[in-house]
Ligand binder design. Sequence first.
Ligand code: 13P
Length: 248
Amino acid sequence: MRDKIVAGNWKMNLTKNEGLLLIEGVVNGVVNSDVKVILAPPFPFISDAVLGLSSSKIKVAAQNCHQEESGAFTGEVSAAMLRSFGAEYCIVGHSERREYLKEDDQLINRKIQRLISHGIIPIFCCGELLEERESDRQFEIVSDQIQSALQGFNKDELKNIIIAYEPVWAIGTGKTATPQQAQEMHAFIREKLSEVLSENAEEVSILYGGSVKPENARELFAQKDIDGGLIGGASLNAPDFLAIIQSF
Ligand code: 13P
């Protein structure tokens, strides 16, 4: 049985009190379900989130980490630090970092390596741009991203990885992939993963991200290969985020 997961990516939003209120709202509202809930706040909140969520089953993810172990990298945060503050997951390969910070799959590969070596589970994001879908290249693009980012790892290292398919044209745009488009890509990703993971690919949770809202979550999550969601905007509001968790 694959884990059902709903993860909230706050991106660069909320100041201290707003963030603490959101954590409290999620903890108080989450019902004991079999859905694994993960919050990915910005770095300054990691410690408070770990503390605030310690009485619940909700886990904490970082939104990024540096690829090197430690050293003279002003402004950066290492995987070892994240682990020592209690983060158990980390998002890597998000399209916003690919676009604005020019992160490529080779760099993402190194970050994944670092995370795994510290026992942090990577949430690896992949997905095509609008023009790539319009020219029917979405499968080729996602296949290349997975191939390069996951190159060199063995079955054991990757068996806990979480994949998030986030078509870039659906992120923050209010446009969602149709459940059929998402399912088709998720099945493709699982097939691709089976080249490395063989039958273990069946156990990998593949999340959909891109304008998931309480109104569309149920139909998306009902698809065979969609094991949950990576939620941006709607995770900044506890009632909406809780409603998405309840959509399973
Ligand atoms: P939105 O839910 O705001 O479209 O963001 C999705 C996302 O990028 C999550 O990582």
